[in-house]
Design a protein around this ligand. Structure first.
Ligand SMILES: Nc1ncnc2c1ncn2[C@@H]1O[C@H](COP(=O)(O)O)[C@@H](OP(=O)(O)O)[C@H]1O
Ligand SMILES: [Mg+2]
Length: 258
C-alpha cells in the first residue's frame, strides 16, 4: 500500500508545484482559510488513485468535506487526505507546505505519507518502519533513510505553527522553561520530530484530523506520540461520536521520545 500512497503524493506534489510556478488563484473558505486551484487539483489526483487502488476504503478529504461529501467511516478503516497542508505558506510562497495521506485503523493513524514538494522531501511510515527520501524529477532519488525520534534534549527544541500560534502555546512552553523554539508551517512539524531534529510540538489552536493524520502516523512509528491535554493518544474518526460535529482535533502535544 505504502508505495501507492507515496507515488500518489509525489504526482499530486508535482501538480502543486506547476501551479506554484504559474501563480495560484486564491479564494477564501467560510472559515476564512485560503484554498487554491492547487488544493483542488492535488485532491483530485489523490482521490482518483485511492479509488483505483483501494475501492473498499472510504476517504475523508479536506476539500470534499468542505463541499459536503463525508463518507461512512463506521467500518473503522479509512484514509484522511489533506492535499495541500499549509495553504497559507503556499500562498505566501514559503516552502513549508505538504501533501498528506494518512490511514486510520480503529481510531489510530497506522500509515502515512507526507510530501513537501518545494523541499523535495518525502516521509512515510507503515508497519513499524518510518523513512525519508529525496525526490527529484518526480521520483525517489537515491536510497531511503530510516528515521527515528531522538530522546528529549537537555535543552528541548519546540516547534510552533508559523501562522496559528497561540498565547496558550507560548504559556505552555514558558511553564516548562522551554525557550528554544522554531516556527514551521504545516505537518512538517511532525516529520521533524520523527527525524529527531526537534523535541516537542504543542498545538493549542485549531487543527483538523486531515492536518495531522499522516504526520502523526510517521511520528508514532518513529517512536514518538501525540497526546491530548488529558494525556490520551489523539484519536481519529471522532465524527463517529455524537459530540463531534466535524473532524476537528482537540488541542494536543506531539513529542519525540521522553
Ligand atoms: N484560523 C485558521 N485559518 C486557517 N487555517 C487554520 C486556522 N487555524 C488552524 N488552521 C489549520 O492549520 C493548518 C495549517 O497548519 P499550521 O498552522 O501548522 O501551518 C491549516 O491547514 P490547511 O493549510 O490545509 O488549511 C488549517 O486546517
Ligand atoms: Mg491542512
Amino acid at each position: 500500500m505504502l508505495e501507492i500512497l507515496e507515488k500518489s503524493a509525489i504526482v499530486a506534489g508535482q501538480a502543486i508545484l506547476d501551479i506554484y510556478g504559474a501563480g495560484p488563484a486564491v479564494i477564501y473558505k467560510a472559515d476564512t482559510s485560503p484554498v487554491t486551484d492547487a488544493d483542488h487539483r492535488a485532491e483530485h489526483i489523490i482521490l482518483a488513485d485511492l479509488a483505483a487502488a483501494f475501492p473498499g476504503i472510504p476517504v475523508v478529504a479536506e476539500e470534499a468535506v468542505a463541499a459536503g461529501h463525508v463518507p461512512d467511516i463506521a467500518g473503522g478503516r479509512f484514509f484522511l487526505v489533506d492535499p495541500l497542508d499549509g495553504t497559507k505558506e503556499f500562498v505566501e510562497r514559503n516552502s513549508h507546505f505538504t501533501v498528506n495521506i494518512g490511514l486510520i485503523e480503529n481510531g489510530a493513524p497506522t500509515a502515512g505519507v507526507v510530501y513537501a514538494p518545494a523541499l523535495g522531501v518525502l516521509y512515510s511510515a507503515a508497519a513499524g518502519r518510518a523513512r525519508k527520501a529525496i525526490v527529484e524529477a518526480g521520483s525517489v532519488a537515491g536510497c531511503w533513510t530510516s528515521i527515528g525520534c531522538r530522546r528529549c534534549a537537555d535543552r528541548p527544541l519546540a516547534l510552533t505553527s508559523r501562522w496559528h500560534n497561540s498565547v496558550e502555546t507560548i504559556a505552555y512552553l514558558a511553564e516548562r522553561g522551554i525557550t528554544d523554539y522554531e516556527a514551521v508551517g504545516s505537518s512538517l512539524k511532525f516529520c521533524l520530530l520523527a527525524e529527531g531534529l526537534a523535541d516537542i510540538y504543542p498545538r493549542f489552536s485549531r487543527t483538523m484530523e486531515w492536518d495531522t493524520a499522516a504526520g502523526d502516523a510517521i511520528l508514532r512509528t518513529a517512536g514518538g506520540e501525540t497526546l491530548t491535554v488529558a494525556g490520551k493518544p489523539l484519536a481519529y474518526g471522532k465524527r463517529n461520536q455524537p459530540e463531534d460535529s466535524d473532524f476537528a482535533n482537540p488541542w494536543f502535544i506531539a513529542r519525540g521520545r521522553v
